[in-house]
Design a protein around this ligand. Sequence first.
Ligand SMILES: NC(=O)c1ccc[n+]([C@@H]2O[C@H](COP(=O)([O-])OP(=O)(O)OC[C@H]3O[C@@H](n4cnc5c(N)ncnc54)[C@H](OP(=O)(O)O)[C@@H]3O)[C@@H](O)[C@H]2O)c1
Length: 439
Amino acid sequence: MLPPTVLVIFGITGDLSRRYLLPALTAIKQAGQLPEDFKVIGVSRRQVQPSDILDEHTRVLAGHLGLVKVNAKDPADYQMLGKEIEALGSSFKTKPQIILYLTIPPQAVASVVKLLGAAGLNGPNVKLLLEKPFGTDLNSASELVAEASKYYQEDQVYRIDHYLAKEVAQNITVFLGTNTLFRNVWSGEFIEKIEIIAAEKIGIEDRGELWESTGTLRDFVQSHLLQLAALTLMEPCRDVFDIEQVSKHRLKALKLIEPVQEPDKVFAAQYQSYQSHAARPHSKSETFISLTLNSNDERWKGVPIHLITGKKLNEKLTEIRIYFKKSQDLQSNLLVLRIQPKEGIELDLCVKKPGYERKLQQLSLSFSYGQHFGKLPDAYEQVLVDAMTGTQGLFASSQEVLTSWKILQPVLDYWKTNKHIATYKDNASVEEILVSKVS
Ligand SMILES: NC(=O)c1ccc[n+]([C@@H]2O[C@H](COP(=O)([O-])OP(=O)(O)OC[C@H]3O[C@@H](n4cnc5c(N)ncnc54)[C@H](OP(=O)(O)O)[C@@H]3O)[C@@H](O)[C@H]2O)c1
């Protein structure tokens, strides 16, 4: 059973809260897993009502929800919030843990953390949950880590990268640790290249302002794609369910990835309708990135790791593609770990086509989560449950965050004076964009 908890959500009126957090809490409640003593305090800078926050699906949370108006810049309001939390907690049978979940724009995070800490909301029963992006470059991330560490111990801070909590991402370490066939060939001796692709159909929607201060490299590569790279490259753990070891192994793998050596070769592009949609006529914010990394790990020397991600593309998918070395052209060589949609694993096979002629055909051997397990829990359910139980392995440590910024900082430095942005058609495919890049 999960421990008694007061979950304080800063930014409860926002997109993430509405689309992910409240539905995830609803699913945990419907699974009968919410603690008996459980309250959500939704924090907004405005006066809001439960009917502004809950919809027909999340209405089951009404009995758990209280709303508090807080002026995010006023220290007195944090004192008042502290008293509200204390009063609520004193009605519980046992003293609850307090989870402070900041789902607010990145530029507001450092000041809110400081005011929370200064108001004494940092006792040993307090956990601080932060959403990505963690800073906007190495400097700002270091400052954020330093600011948080003035008030919170490292083990009180949970940096969410919900890709780590996706079922297939969690399975990578299990797949590699428990299937000897793949474990034994998981190195540059047998693998030619690795591609990690995350494509989205949606554009920036109404997040124009956020995108102007982030862009795809900061928003997606620093967090999700580098974490998927780390999971792919890391040494499998002896005990595949020792989640805390997984995070240490991820960090080791990240530390061995070289900072981008040729920032001028990083391809950045923007979809055609971006500037009019975001109302930024001369914007250089990228919505598509393709870059190649190398690892200094002996196992991965010489294996290019291509990271590709973009918005407003013709399909939504996230995949890790492993290309094995071929000794003959005709051989099949592709293993796909599909994170979403249609979560699963696919292995290309080359078979003899039945018939009198001797011809080959490429088919695939596939495992689908949906077919075997039905609907999968959303990653945010795992995030919330792990935060409540204090399981930190699926969260990014400060060292992981800083190491991933170090990998990308040469690109950010280069872009300060030399940012070239190509344009691609709305709804183009990744292949079309990459072909246009070389033509
Ligand atoms: N949306 C996603 O799909 C997604 C996915 C992964 C990570 N994230 C991250 O999660 C965080 C929140 O994202 P979001 O899309 O939910 O953002 P959002 O909708 O733009 O903002 C969330 C809420 O933050 C509050 N807020 C705005 N400015 C603030 C300020 N200066 N100080 C304090 N509160 C402020 C607003 O609530 P009030 O006006 O009611 O105070 C707003 O509704 C961001 O760091 C984002 O990068 C988002």
